[in-house]
Design a protein around this ligand. Structure first.
Ligand SMILES: [Zn+2]
Length: 449
């Protein structure tokens, strides 16, 4: 097995040089190390060109290892939870590389409760599996049950609509796997949904599968203005991230999206879970909107693996990641971006003014994009103590939740190691651009050495 593709959160690599049919067959076959003998396993896939072939190889691996396989075809990643629950299965596997470039692919593996099993854990268990591995594919097509759950899933999600006034929304599926579900969503009469890029296309030719890219953001801004819509939504390739734009085409940060949802919450004595990268913005929101004595703010490490778990433990009102993942209790925190869309449409329909008018009032900050440095991770403790020494003062708070963070009233930064490569990642936010540049210059100097 190729150890390289087993990442912290899931399995991912370039197709076919790193991840291919042979690897995936073996992973399916060695899943006996994580699931009980004869377990029921649900499999699904995204819209990538290599996904049908990999899915077939996975099926063969699982069937040959004695599992019962339910193939639900093209799904969003959060829909895997729904499918596992629907079939009362022991686990599920989705073939996807999420928002990664089109030539990548991967696997996300969940247990019977829908929690992801991290790639490192998978590698440890699978590589010690004694189950005798044959490289020949034995086709046992008759052992696989196939069922499409799009309609059932869309019906369930549609029930969460609660829209108070007329809303026009542009819904951009990025040619990814959210499209088949979105087309079956029953939008209420007062919601006019204009679906764009709703054809499945493994080349993601509209603007790629990643809504954090400028090209996708420019496209939704244009579309919102063209259709005179109130809101624009862009899903990533596998429907677990959603980007929101207001009626003027301005992109709204995930923390501010939470702020909009929180405004309408009936019970504010609940937890909101966010990652360390949201801290600065969450602090601004907390202090600017009087939420500080209401919600219980819970911080966690970056990654859906941790988010899902912490949200469940906290029975949270919502979970938010700066990477545009959202988690809600209605579907046991599956991370459905479609549910996020529904909840945001509900919230903006209850505003006494337009969405863009609200977004103009939200806190604004200057943001560095994530900056990566090639780095020998063994040197990190030295760097941390250097940073600690440099920034220690009564006005700054220093945290070690995920790498090191320094929080001041007017700026914030985080330095953390990549979980997959020999890189450190730097994120900075500040009220003033000049301060952001000053911090960036200093940290670039010490991280480039
Ligand atoms: Zn994704």
């Amino acid at each position: 097995m190729n150890k390289e593709i087993f990442k912290l959160y899931d399995i991912r690599g370039e197709y076919p040089s790193q991840i291919n049919e042979k690897e995936v067959f073996e992973i399916g076959f060695k899943s006996t190390s994580i699931f009980r003998k004869g377990a029921k396993i649900v499999i699904g896939r995204d819209a990538r060109l290599s996904s049908p072939g990999l899915s077939k190889a996975l099926e063969n691996g699982l069937i040959n290892a004695g599992f019962e396989v339910f193939d639900v075809g093209i799904i969003t990643t959060p829909m895997l939870d729904f499918a596992v629950n629907f079939f009362k299965a022991d686990g599920g596997i989705v073939v996807t590389a999420s928002h990664n470039p089109k030539d990548d692919n991967g696997l996300g593996i969940v247990d019977s409760s829908g929690l992801f099993i991290g790639g490192r854990d998978l590698f440890l268990k699978m590589s010690s599996e004694k189950n005798n591995f044959k490289t020949t594919y034995i086709k046992k097509e008759n052992k696989i049950k196939r069922e499409n759950l799009d309609l059932k899933y869309a019906q369930e999600l549609s029930e969460y609509f609660d829209v108070s006034k007329k809303i026009k929304a542009v819904v951009d599926c990025s040619n990814g796997s959210s499209a088949p579900v979105i087309k079956k969503i029953k939008f209420p009469k007062n919601v006019e949904a204009i679906i764009i890029n709703g054809n499945l296309d493994g080349n993601f030719k509209a603007h790629g599968p990643d809504p954090t890219q400028k090209i996708a953001q420019v496209a939704i801004a244009k579309a919102v203005i063209k259709y005179k819509a109130d809101i624009g939504i862009v899903f990533d390739g596998d429907g677990d991230r959603a980007l929101f734009a207001d009626g003027k085409g301005k992109i709204i940060r995930p923390e501010n999206i939470w702020r909009i949802l929180a405004q309408g919450a009936r019970d504010k004595k609940q937890s909101v879970v966010f990652t360390v990268l949201c801290r600065y913005m969450m602090n601004l929101i907390k202090n600017s909107s009087g939420f500080s004595n209401e919600f219980n703010f819970v911080e966690t490490r970056v990654g859906h693996l941790f988010m899902k778990e912490v949200c469940r433990k906290e029975k949270a009102f919502a979970g938010v990641e700066s990477s545009m993942h959202y988690y809600f209790p209605e579907d046991n925190f599956s991370g459905s971006a479609i549910l996020a869309m529904i909840k945001v449409i509900n919230s903006i329909s209850k505003l006494p003014y337009d969405f863009y008018q609200l977004s103009d009032m939200l806190p604004k900050v200057f943001v560095s994009r994530e900056i990566n440095f090639k780095f020998d991770l063994k040197k990190l403790p030295v760097i941390y103590s250097k940073i600690k020494k440099m920034f220690s003062s009564r006005d700054n708070k220093i945290y070690f939740t995920d790498g090191i963070s320094v929080l001041s009233s007017d700026w914030w930064f985080n330095v953390r190691p990549s979980n997959t490569e020999n890189l450190v990642r730097l994120n900075i936010e500040a009220k003033e651009e000049i301060k952001l540049e000053e911090i960036k210059k200093y940290l670039t100097k010490i991280l480039s050495k």
